[in-house]
Design a protein around this ligand. Structure first.
Ligand code: FES
Length: 180
């Protein structure tokens, strides 16, 4: 296994097997067409596309890593950094904006350098600012945690407390994992 830039280790063997079994282009043109699918496989396996996986895909398909990264940055669904242990949508739709979501978004930028989307430096939390409507405007401003739990009437203090709680959990989980 190789260490990634993020300090995690990535076992490339499952991806290598998938590439050898299912991604066998007959020519360069077909190889170009297979790049997106191969990156999707990497993301399915790892939860993101680590640099080593991008390199492996490039070598396997005979394309440049620039081509791989061009696609990874073009499609918003691809992640080029590992996801945090928790995931939070911050709604920035009209009702939430009027109710003060802008201050929450500003805080995320000022405190963590997150603009639009990003992960806290400790890896506890990945945040995406959602410029749409989460469909629960009566709870505005609202966030959605781990794709199922709504946290409504979200003041700045409540957001800070939530993040602190998630970071504490992540530290405990990491400590438990390191002693197993
Ligand atoms: S605008 Fe945020 S839930 Fe509707």
């Amino acid at each position: 296994m190789k260490p990634t830039k993020a300090g995690q280790t990535v076992d490339l063997e499952p991806l290598r097997r998938v590439l050898e079994e299912r991604f066998r282009p007959r020519d360069y043109r077909e190889a170009q067409e297979l790049v997106v699918g191969a990156c999707q496989e990497a993301q399915r396996l790892f939860g993101w596309v680590p640099p080593e996986a991008a390199q492996l895909i490039a070598e396997h398909l005979g394309v440049t890593t620039n081509r791989i990264y061009g696609l990874l940055t073009f499609y918003a669904d691809f992640r080029t950094e590992p996801p945090g242990r928790h995931f939070l949508w911050i709604c920035h739709g009209a009702a939430c904006y009027v109710a003060g979501a802008g201050r929450l978004v500003e805080f995320l930028h000022e405190r963590y350098g997150i603009t639009g989307q990003g992960t806290t430096p400790d890896g506890a939390l990945t945040v995406h600012v959602f410029n749409g409507c989460l469909g629960v405007c009566d709870l505005a401003p609202v966030a959605q945690l781990d794709h199922h739990e709504y946290v409504g009437l979200l003041s700045l203090e409540r957001l800070q407390a939530l993040i602190a709680e998630l970071q504490g959990e992540a530290q405990t989980e990491a400590a438990d994992g390191s002693t197993e």
